[in-house]
Design a protein around this ligand. Sequence first.
Ligand SMILES: Cc1ncc(COP(=O)(O)O)c(C=O)c1O
Length: 392
Amino acid sequence: MTALNKLFNTQTQEIEISGIRVFDEKISSIEGLIKLTLGQPDFPTPQHVKDAGIAAINNNMSFYTGMAGELRLRTAMSNFMKTKYNVYYNPETEILTTVGATEALASALLTILNPGDKVLIPSPFFSLYEPLVILGRAEPIYIDTSENDFILSPNMIEQAMEEHGDRVKAVILNYPTNPTGVTWNQEEVIAIADTLKNYPNLFAISDEIYSELVYEGKHISLGEYLFDQTIVINGLSKSHAMTGWRLGFTLAPKAITQQMIKVHQYLVTSASSITQYAGIEALENGMDDALPMRAEYKKRRDYIYEIMSRLGFEIAKPNGAFYIFAKIPDAYTQNSFDFCYDLAVKAKIGFIPGVAFGKAGEGYIRLSYASSMDDIKEVMTRLETYMKTTKV
Ligand SMILES: Cc1ncc(COP(=O)(O)O)c(C=O)c1O
C-alpha cells in the first residue's frame, strides 16, 4: 500500500472521523462509565411502525422502489409538513426520500456546490456539515454564535456576506440545533428568511431533523417563509426513534429537486423499501408519535438544567432536541477535551467536548439526555461529587 497511500483524494485526506465518535471510543473502555454522549433516542421504534416493517418483509416488498421513494410515502410526508408546519410540498415533484437526513444533506450539497464555493455554517455545528462541504470541494465559513446565546442573527449573516461576497453558495441552518438545543421562534425564523431574500443567489439548507422535539411553542419551518431558496432536510430518526432504519427527506422546489434526484440516484438508487413501508405507517398513523417521547425528554431537560446551573455551569436554556451545551465553569482551566477526559476517568461519566462541534464550542461540554432517567440521575450525582471534590 505504500505508493497508493499518496494517491487518495485530497479532500478525503483532509477530513477526519467525527470527533464525537473518536472521543466516545476513547472513553468507552473505562470501566463503570455512564455515557451521555450519543445523540439518538433511547426509545424503541413505536410498535405499529415495527409491525409495518415486519409486514413489508413478509409481503415481499423487497424490490427497488422508484428513485424518489414510494409516492404514498411522499404523499404522507407532504401531509405531515402541511399539517404540522403549514408548508405544502408537491409529493410528485418536490420531495425525495433519502437514506436518513445524512444522505439528504450529502445529496443537497453535492447538487449545488462547485469547486471554490463557500458555505456559511453557524458554529458550533453538527459534525457532518464541515466534511460534506469539503467533499463538495467548497470552503466552510464559520459564523460564531456563542456570543448571542447560540442564536444566529440576521446581522451575522449580513456581515459574513459582506466579507465573503458572491462565492457564498449556501448557508446551512439547523434548528433545533445540535449541539446546543437552541431553536428559533416564529419572529426569528421570519427575520432570517427576510434577510436571506436579499441574497437570491444563496441556497438555504435547513436541517430540521429535530422539528418534532420543540418544548415550548412550536417548530416553524424555514420552508414556510423562504420556499424558493430553501432545501428542508427532515426525517424520522428523531421523531419516530428510527435512527437505524435510515429514513430521511429533502423538501425543495421542483427545479432543485430535479437536480438532486440525479445525485441521490447515483449515490444510493433509493432508500430501503422495507424502511419506506414502515415510514408510511409512521406518517399516516403516527404523526404524533413523538409527543410522549417529547414529554419525557422535557422532564429530563428540566432536571439536568436545574442541577447543572446550580453546579455553576452556564447554559443557554435549550428549547429543543435532546442536548445540553454547558459552559465549563471558569474555575476549571482545562480545555473541553481534557475536562471531559478527566470527568470520564475520575467521575466515570461521559460527555462530549464542545470543541468536537467547532472552535466556537471550545470551553463547553455537550451531553445528550436521550438516556434513561436512572442513568441521568446517577450521572448528575457523580458530576456533583466531582465538582465538589475538585473545586479550586
Ligand atoms: C442536526 C442533525 N442532522 C442530521 C442528523 C442525521 O440524521 P439521520 O440519522 O437521519 O441521518 C443528525 C443526527 O444526529 C443531527 O443531529
